[in-house]
Design a protein around this ligand. Sequence first.
Ligand code: HEM
Length: 400
Amino acid sequence: MYGNAQENAQDLNVQELAASFDLEKLTSDFYVNPYPTYRALRETAPVKRMPNGSYFLTRYDDLVTAYKNTKAFSSDKKKEFAPKYGASLLYEHHTTSLVFNDPPIHTRVRRLIMGALSPRAIAEMEGDLIRLVDHLLDRISTRSEFDLINDFAAAIPIEVIGNLLGVPHEEREPLRDWSLAILGALEPVIGDLEALVERRRAKPGNPERDVLTRLIQGEADGEKLTAKELLHNCIFLLNAGHETTTNLIGNGLVTLSEQAGEKERLIAHPEMIKTAVEEMLRYESSNQLGNRMTVQPIELGGLALPAGTPITLCIGAANRDPAQFPDPEKFDIGRTPNRHLAFATGAHQCAGMALARLEGAIAISRFLARFPNYAINGEPVRGGRVRFRGFLSVPCVTGA
Ligand code: HEM
């Protein structure tokens, strides 16, 4: 009897959570823990209409369908952003970066960027990355208290992207602020990056290692980016690779500190770092939402969606879909297979995922080896955004 009453109450709660969900009106509880809502949506309204007419997708299989069908689900933002931003630099930026374009522009730009992020180029970064991480750990070890985000997680990707684009060390200070402020203030970035591009044009670096030189010189068949495409895609790289990777490292170490058993398991078995990083990406995906627009009528989850329907793809929900992941609410650093969608899939799958994985593995494994007894000793501050899930600050003690 009692069990039934409890189940009924839970059912009601699930219905209510799904029915009241509006991406434009989120509660503070949601920001702390969106997963009960995502679960309710997956179970009762997996293709959920939002009051603004867009649709919110939470099932793994539906996300894969949308990511893989680029003919029906477009990434091109020109129509959507033109009325929003007018003829501004912001409009120019968002409509020129590869992530918001369909073929043929997307195919051409992606080929050039993938060439610059080749496995060989990434393997060459490993030594610098280890030195950088160890240097940060040395600095932390001189103090008993530190901030996991500012003193560690955020300091890594900004240096890596700086190396990738060949930004001189003395000019890196503002990179993080630019990246965080990119939506509000593009102008200074354009000016300074333009100067950097001009210098590199006059004095090319090694195209095997230096992405900027590689992008300027283009492919052997003469395919090149225009000056504008080059600038906007460099800004996009700076943005794409910064906050997401900071959040992978930050979320990963916070999750481990909350899950003592899995933390001990990883300390005892450092060779599990690869599957552990995949599980961190799945369990607390740093990029929780993606967007597409239907460009032809399509049926999804039994609903007929007309062309021109904006779609939100909820990676955070799909990555906990029990139809794909057994016991999905469990954090299991040995989980295999783990075909999560943290980097999306299909034509736009993250171009920097090999680099992000390398950064995550080196940062987290070396941190754990150095400070196995680290602990959070204050109130972590969340970034307060639904798309990018992570922390602005996490006060910690080294425990050493
Ligand atoms: C944990 C870290 C990261 C996560 C979770 C992540 C996630 C994603 C996701 C979900 C997309 C697909 C966007 C869409 O089409 O809707 C994407 C695209 C992209 N990412 Fe990442 N990313 C990460 C790190 C990086 C890094 C380090 C770089 C580069 C240095 C990078 C470069 C890119 C680029 C260039 C694209 C666009 C690819 C395309 O449109 O073809 N990302 N990323």
